[in-house]
Design a protein around this ligand. Sequence first.
Ligand code: COA
Length: 160
Amino acid sequence: MKAVYPGTFDPITKGHLDVINRVQKLFSEIVILIAYHNEKEPLFTIKERKEMITETVKKMENVGVDSYDGLLVDYAKKHNIRIIIRGLRAISDFEYEFQMALMNRKIRPEVETLFLVPHESYTYLSSSLIKEIIAVGGNVSHFVPPIVNTYLKNRINKED
Ligand code: COA
C-alpha cells in the first residue's frame, strides 16, 4: 500500500526523518510531498527542498519525493493514495492536526490520516527553530541531515 507524508519541509529535519524511517517499514511505497501551506514563506525553494530530501532518502528504495501546490487530498486521489501520514510531537500539535485530518476526511472520505509519534528526542524540534539557531551562528548539525546543514550554512554565508 502507498502512503503520502506531506509537509513544508523547510528544511527536512531528523524529526521528519524519524517518521519516514518508521513508515518506510509499514508501507510498500512512501511519497514525501512538499506541499503548499498558505501561511508559510519558506526560506528554501521547492527545488532546494526537493534536493535536500532526495539526498537524505536516497538509500531508501521505497521512498520518493514530489511537490504539489493544490489540495493534498486531490494529490492523493490523483495518485491513488489512501493514507496520509502525519507526526504528532506533543499535545500542542493535536488540535491543528485533528482539524486538518477532519477537513481532509470531509473533502475525501476515502482518505485516512495516520498519526505517528516521533522519537521523544525530537519533541522540541521544528524547522523554524533550526533556521533561528543557524541565523545567529549556532550549530544545528545534530538536528538535521548533513546535506541540510550544508544548505543552511551556504544560505547564511550568502546573506552575510
Ligand atoms: N519532528 C520534528 N519536527 C517536526 C516533525 C517531526 N516529526 N514533524 C513536523 N515537524 C515540524 C516541522 O519542522 C514544522 O516546523 P515549522 O512550523 O517551524 O516549519 C512543523 O512541525 C509543522 O510542519 P509540517 O509537518 O511540515 O507541517 P506543515 O504544517 O508545515 O504542513 C501541510 C501542513 C503542508 C501538510 C498542509 O498545509 C497541507 O496539506 N497543505 C496542502 C493544501 C491543503 O490540502 N490544505 C488543506 C488542509 S486541510
